[in-house]
Write a protein that binds this ligand. Structure first.
Ligand code: IVH
Length: 675
């Protein structure tokens, strides 16, 4: 960001930048920077203007709401201006606002807390209970007429009912049009398949869908609506508090979000905000904060408004989870099965609470769908607060002559061919001698979920293999520790610790050994089933394909893979080394694994990173639990992966059934209790 010593020049620069980004956001639905970066520009301008009041102008973006309406839709003058909200970017700022309210207002203050829906603000007009018009906010005074498009949204009623018998002849209703996350993902999938541009986030897709000239396109997009405010009203019931307004609007048939709470203290307001900061991703739609409003309408009138925003409300904004950064390169990493996974090398960026420099791009199709290219500025997000995700490019910043990225044809580790089988989305290096695959196999074997050999992590394995000290997992047990002792960074203590860790790993249960061998498709749950059924590695190796497939919970795919794995002379040689070293090959014959989920019912929805749907359900059943396909009041928990079913999530929310991510699922499987 350019930074100058001269405040007048900087204010000018900031105004130009803000105007530019306002245009990209409001008119083109194609922002170049994240909301957080935009907010930072406005905050900087406000700070400059506060320090130099002579630089303030009535037309400064700090004094305005949104952007001027575009020419495409007919202008609509709002009956009362659609104001914006002041923001609090921390709990401290929120509490400072609340304390000001309590000081300013005579008497008790009750606050209404609402979710801040990340969509598009819309004003609806009903005359004699009939829907007559919908308009965007525009510049707050004049918006755009989107009546036909909004009419296609099922959640927006065509007619209001008359709950009190005193219906207003005219009522203006404000709310947010949004796109549920699963609908957004599905839309992007469809767009990509049709070779059309994908949207950076659900809000842009909602805005883009509303901005269609042809309402049938809007109708084909799954949009929804939450009402949060009443505007001008002629006649109708006497309302003295905001929560009464919301109750009235709900009774009239408008959708009011169920998470609204009336709270009597700032501590409770604080708890509400903290709760949703942590649980925002449990919802099937995106929220970007919490809106806190003074409940009493007389108190609101006492407080009034500034030019831009009411004093009686504030938006507590969640810390940003989305940023833009430079995509320096796209590389391919080779896994233990040879799978070649493209990943983004990013200019490190702080997002969602940590610095992100790498992000998986999953496979060739995903890169193509997002059309991200080295050199692009890209949007980066922390999905579910954990896994960093590249959302897409900022097209306006793309350099001339940029070309789509091509999946490499040769393995970056061994130079062998990379092969993608027809009908599959993954690409593989098929060379079993590939050094990257070999390293990953050894790293996996030594990892915590398998043989748990402390001190034999990624770097050490790569060092040892590069020196010829290890070629496969069998070599771990005859590692030349005298040579290791001579290496830089390996003192006597660390060598002795490594030796002890290797020794201790010989006694791990058969399940761990099986999982550590890296048989394709065989995960923890399958390993447990095989170990429990056959009781010894030798019996698994000797089992026929039919015997393997007959094990309850082991499908034909896993059975074939296990059978092929142990038929290979190379793998047999590795097992021989393990046997000679005295590694435990025996399992708990005939016994089941711990029945941690006995009596529980766990529903799996969406795509998990480390499990297929089948293997996750098998793992639940192997522990004595049930894994039904739908949510009911008997459900213990819902495990939600990427693109989880919206209906299931909504049902879980309604019934108060906890929704777990993958880490929560792992905890449940192991401990038999909710995290
Ligand atoms: S109240 C004068 N309540 O946030 C008060 N706004 O950053 C009008 N928004 O323009 C707004 N959820 O588009 C209100 N529960 C909620 C909201 C909400 C989302 C949006 C709305 C507003 C923007 C301000």
């Amino acid at each position: 960001m350019p930074c100058t010593e001269n405040p007048a020049q900087r204010a000018d620069e900031l105004r130009q930048l803000i105007a530019h980004h306002n245009l990209r956001y409001h008119q083109l639905d194609d922002p170049e920077i994240s909301d957080a970066e935009f907010d930072a520009l406005v905050r900087e301008l406000r700070a400059v203007e506060e320090a130099h009041p002579d630089l303030q102008t009535p037309t400064s973006p700090t004094q305005q709401v949104g952007a001027a309406p575009s020419v495409q839709f007919a202008p609509v003058r709002h009956r009362t201006p659609m104001m914006s909200l002041d923001n609090a970017f921390s709990f401290e700022e929120l509490l400072a606002w609340g304390k000001r309210m309590e000081r300013f207002i005579s008497g008790e203050v009750a606050f209404v807390c609402e979710l801040k829906i990340d969509g598009v603000a819309i004003s609806l007009l009903y005359e004699d209970g009939r829907y007559v018009r919908a308009a965007t906010r525009g510049d707050g005074t004049v918006g755009e007429d989107v009546t036909g498009n909004v009419r296609t949204i099922a959640a927006v009623p065509e007619r209001l009912s008359s709950p009190t018998g005193q219906s207003p002849s005219v009522i203006e209703v404000r709310g947010e049009v949004y796109m549920p996350v699963p609908a957004f993902e599905e839309l992007n999938r469809r767009q990509a398949e049709a070779g059309l541009r994908t949207f950076a986030n659900p809000r842009n897709s909602a805005a883009g869908s509303l901005r269609q000239k042809d309402p049938s396109i809007t109708a084909s997009r799954e949009l929804s609506f939450w009402t949060y405010q009443a505007g001008a009203m002629d006649g109708g019931p006497r309302l003295s508090a905001h929560h009464e307004t919301l109750e009235y609007l709900a009774a009239a048939g408008l959708p009011v979000n169920p998470e609204v709470r009336v709270l009597g203290s700032l501590e409770e307001v604080n708890d509400f905000c903290r709760h949703w900061l942590e649980h925002r991703h449990d919802l099937p739609y995106e929220i970007d904060g919490v809106v806190v409003k003074v409940d009493d309408l007389a108190q609101r009138r006492e407080l009034g408004a500034t030019a831009k925003a009411p004093r009686w409300a504030i938006a507590y904004k969640f810390p940003p989870e989305e940023r833009t950064t430079l995509l320096k390169d796209i590389m391919v990493s080779i896994g233990r099965t040879g799978k070649a996974t493209p990943f983004a090398m990013l200019e490190p960026v702080f997002v969602g609470g940590s610095t992100v420099a790498l992000a998986t791009l999953h496979n060739e199709d995903q890169v193509a769908a997002k059309d991200v290219r080295p050199g692009d500025t890209v949007f980066v997000r922390k999905a579910g607060d954990v896994i960093p995700e590249v959302l897409g490019p900022v097209l306006a910043k793309r350099g001339r002559g940029s070309k789509p990225w091509r999946f490499p044809t040769a393995c970056p580790a061994c130079g062998g061919p990379l092969v993608r089988l027809p009908g599959e989305s993954d690409t593989y290096c098929t060379n079993v001698d590939c050094p990257a695959q070999r390293d990953q196999r050894i790293i996996h074997f030594a990892s915590r979920g398998a043989m748990d050999i402390e001190g034999l992590g990624e770097r050490t394995v790569q060092l040892f293999t590069s020196l010829g000290l290890l070629a496969d997992v069998g070599d771990i047990y005859s590692l030349d520790l005298d040579r290791v002792r001579e290496l830089e960074g390996f003192g006597e203590v660390s060598v002795r610790n490594l030796e002890a860790a290797i020794e201790a790993s010989k006694d791990r249960p058969l399940t761990n050994l099986l999982a550590g061998l890296g048989v394709p498709h065989l995960g923890g749950a399958g390993s447990q089933l095989l170990a429990a059924t056959f009781g010894h590695l030798d019996r698994i190796m000797a089992a026929s394909l039919e015997e393997l497939a007959a094990v309850e919970g082991v499908g034909p795919k896993i059975a074939t893979s296990v059978h092929e794995f142990f038929a290979s002379a190379r793998n047999q040689a590795v097992i021989a080394k393990l046997r000679v070293a005295g590694v435990n090959l025996a399992g708990p014959e005939g016994s089941e694994g711990p029945q941690t989920l006995a009596g529980m019912s766990v529903v799996v929805t969406g795509t998990l990173e480390g499990w297929s749907r089948e293997s996750a359900e098998e793992a639940i059943k192997a522990r004595g639990g049930k894994a039904p396909g739908s949510v009911s009041k008997r459900t213990t928990a819902v495990v939600a992966g990427e693109a989880a079913g919206a209906a299931k999530l909504t049902k879980a929310q309604e019934l108060g059934v906890p929704v777990l991510d993958e880490a929560g699922f792992a905890h449940l499987l192991e401990k038999g209790e909710l995290p």
